[in-house]
Write a new protein. Structure first.
Length: 337
């Protein structure tokens, strides 16, 4: 997957007053489309399995998606600036490994160990962003290297063995409200905060501006370099939080945790309508993408689909989502032309 880190240097044209209602209409259309897809999938799997439309199924889905959801929040910002981060799965594993080592080997308190895990993710994300910016390298290449290096760090910290932390941090995944875990509630809060930051703050507007036209941002007096580093650092921090969430759910830190999850994260963001070319995205829509992937996986599992079949169907859904998003964007561009 190739996502460029810069865009054309031509200054963007100012949107006309008439474009605001069109943009709002397009956003509402996206919400409606994602809702229809989600409801349709639930209805389909409900008709295929007598056990799907049950409280247990939906509670299980809710308690399994927090790690994916919080990483998808960070990835939304990364894709909006026309970057990509392939290392989030490895960062998840290393952050969980550091937390487990701090509890089991270094005999630190659980809060201190958790902070160390989060700081580990923050450092990894900062390194990815700083190297990409300092040497003007595509974030695809830098994060690909980090994917391997950080995974190696997870193996070193755990001595290539699963570390069982027991119930030391299991409170994060424990049933809280109606069987829903605190991790899910925290994930929803972060989705809301992420959407507010993206749409209601100067930082969010600058992020969108960088993805739309980085050179225009420079001419406007905004240095995009620190903002890029901050976005990658926040993504690493959220991957570290995802590591804590997964360790809490499994009561263990596995050095192989998160292998391939970066593709699920990117898929969720793309299904939510965030452009791989940058400049456009929504954290709320990304959460819809997470739900669609989770419902799809749970439904396929309940109807007895084989692992190869699940991969084929999931991949097809992702490709179709990208095609639909591309066609929708082309229509929007023609209306604004």
């Amino acid at each position: 997957m190739n996502a460029p880190d810069s865009t054309s240097t031509s200054a963007p044209s100012a949107p006309s007053a008439a474009s605001a209602p069109s943009a709002l209409k397009g956003q509402l259309g996206t919400y409606l489309g994602l809702t229809v897809v989600l409801v349709g999938m639930i209805a389909l799997f409900g008709s295929m399995s007598e056990y799907f439309l049950t409280r247990e199924t939906f509670v299980s889905i809710a308690n399994e998606i927090p790690a994916l959801a919080v990483m998808a929040v960070g990835m939304t910002f990364v894709l909006i600036i026309a970057g990509i981060d392939l290392s989030v799965g490895s960062v998840l594993a290393l952050s969980a490994a550091v937390t487990a080592a701090a509890i089991l080997e270094w005999k630190l308190s659980v809060p201190v160990a958790a902070v160390l895990g989060l700081v580990t993710g923050l450092i990894c994300g900062t390194v990815t962003g700083a190297v990409s910016v300092a040497w003007r390298l595509p974030s695809f290449i830098v994060s690909l290297g980090m994917l391997e290096a950080v995974r190696g760090g997870a193996y070193l910290v755990t001595d290539s063995r699963t570390q069982y932390v027991g119930d030391a941090i299991s409170g994060l995944a424990a049933p809280w409200i109606g069987g829903i875990s605190a991790a899910f509630v925290l994930a929803v809060v972060l989705v809301v905060v992420g959407q507010v930051v993206l749409t209601r703050t100067v930082f969010g507007r600058h992020v969108v501006g960088i993805g739309t036209n980085e050179e225009a941002m420079r001419l406007a007096g905004v240095d995009p370099r620190p903002l890029r580093i901050i976005v990658f650092a926040l993504t690493g921090l959220l991957a570290g939080l995802a590591g804590l969430m997964q360790s809490a759910r499994l009561e263990a830190a596995d050095p192989n945790a998160g292998v391939g999850i970066e593709l699920q994260v990117i898929a969720a963001v793309v299904i939510g309508g965030t452009s791989l070319m940058g400049g456009r995205g929504s954290v709320v829509n990304t959460f819809f993408g997470v739900l669609i992937i989770a419902v799809l996986e749970a439904g396929l599992a309940q109807v007895g689909a084989s692992e190869p079949s699940k991969r084929i169907i999931t991949g097809a859904v992702i490709v179709v989502a990208v095609i639909i998003d591309t066609l929708r964007q082309r229509r929007a561009d023609r209306r604004l032309a």
